[in-house]
Design a protein around this ligand. Structure first.
Ligand code: SAM
Length: 404
């Protein structure tokens, strides 16, 4: 239970999360204007981080030194120190006087010895180059201002965990801020959260590239109001060249007939007209057109979850199971309601569409990005025919592949 105490100056609230208990000054509204930032909704995010960091520690088989670059109340760093096995030094940083004060109180109250820093995040990253195995970047809004210093700072075989809450830019509600912050064009389609997360990874990959560092995405997800990336960092010029060649590209989309295609390469040929209906295509990118989930890593996290007693366990299991299924599936997904709208029919059940696709020999994976989405390599025209037949209850032995 949370408790509230009144001190002479300010009301202090106590919050329990995971295995720790922390004090925070009471505030009316969760916002960057709060004296010390704590968002109870991010418990889910912090719980997933515990699993991801433990899985990563097991993968690299050594004790890990961690930096929580934007510490706030210190809850994340204190939980990392207390709840993870094989942790070395944990550093927590924040620019704010009050945050540092509470990080000190909270680490002492939980008997956790943390290295406290009060530096601008870019300065800390530049000063502590090569010192951390894991850097957690959880700023207000966009992480874009910190990615260059992060690329300079992180060592090979380390992991970076990055949160972005500026989803309206990444998803294309506003185009210009995305161009300014991520040097990429978003596209407001039914799969805009996937495009957004790919723009974010692509921006990190292109920025890290100048330091000959490249990425292996372990887990990436879009949840609530934010996007979160867990990326392993590797280092070599050859590896970086190959990774950028293989993974950076664009997505072209037809808003009339819902055709879409991903293209790999930075300076590459992009079609202007939809090959299906002739409509002008819209383009998103540059973005990460490669794998965004590592199935083995995520399955390891699911295994780890079995040994934890977390309030968010059920929700985490649902997310991780879907992300694991999503691994190795095609880029973008189809929204069955959107297809039905284009066809002017009522939407069939998602499970029926999935079953039919599988029966016809196509993959049909659900996606954590949308409860109405299916990832499949099936051609849009075949998919439309399947959706149409299911919704109009057409009973035939149609060979869908013949309509190509
Ligand atoms: C979103 S909060 C961090 C929340 C925390 N990670 C958690 O899980 O509760 C962002 C924090 O970054 C701090 N901050 C903002 N700009 C900063 C900068 N340039 N360098 C270092 N800290 C900064 C703020 O004072 C705030 O405490």
């Amino acid at each position: 239970m949370d408790e509230t105490k009144k001190t002479s100056k300010t009301k202090i609230k106590t919050v329990k999360e995971g295995l720790v208990e922390i004090a925070i000054p009471e505030f009316e509204k969760i916002s960057s204007k709060a004296p010390v930032f704590y968002n109870p909704k991010m418990e889910f995010n912090r719980d997933i981080s515990i699993l991801a960091l433990q899985r990563f520690q097991e993968e690299i088989k050594k004790s890990v030194d961690i930096c929580d670059l934007f510490g706030g109340s210190g809850i994340r760093a204190i939980r990392y120190k207390k709840e993870l096995k094989n942790v070395g030094k944990v550093s927590v940083n924040d620019i704010s006087d009050q945050a540092i004060e509470f990080e000190k109180i909270n680490s002492e109250n939980n008997n956790m010895n943390l290295n406290l820093h009060q530096k601008e995040a870019n300065v800390l990253l530049r000063e502590f180059r090569g010192k951390f195995d894991i850097v957690d970047v959880d700023p207000f809004g966009t992480p874009s201002y910190f990615i260059d210093s992060l690329g300079y700072s992180v060592k090979k075989n380390s992991m970076v965990c990055i949160t972005a809450t500026d989803t309206s830019a990444l998803c294309g509600t506003y185009i210009e801020p995305c161009v300014r912050k991520y040097n990429a064009k978003p596209n407001k389609t039914e799969y805009c959260h996937e495009t957004g997360i790919r723009i974010l990874i692509g921006f990190v990959a292109l920025t890290f590239g100048k330091y000959k560092k490249y990425l292996e995405p372990k887990l990436t997800h879009s949840s609530q109001h934010y996007m979160r990336l867990y990326l392993k960092v590797k280092k070599s010029s050859k590896g970086t060249d190959e990774s950028l060649n293989e993974n950076i590209g664009y997505i072209e989309h037809c808003s009339k007939c819902l055709y879409r295609k991903s293209i790999k390469g930075l300076a590459t040929d992009i079609d202007n007209k939809c090959p299906e209906c002739g409509e002008k295509l819209t383009i998103a990118g540059p973005l990460w057109a490669g794998e965004v989930q590592d199935q083995k890593f995520i399955d390891g996290m699911i295994h780890e979850l079995l040994f934890k007693n977390l309030r968010t366990s059920k929700k985490i299991l649902k997310l991780l199971t879907t992300c694991s299924e999503e691994a190795n599936s095609p880029i973008t997904f189809y929204d069955i309601h959107k297809i039905s709208k284009v066809l002017k029919v009522s939407a069939p059940k998602l499970s029926e569409v999935q079953e039919t696709l599988k029966k016809e020999g196509f993959s049909a994976t659900r996606t954590h990005f949308s409860p109405l989405g299916i990832k499949t390599e099936c051609d849009i025209n075949i998919l439309k025919k399947i959706v149409y037949d299911l919704s109009t209850d057409s009973k035939n032995d149609f060979n869908y592949k013949k309509i190509l």
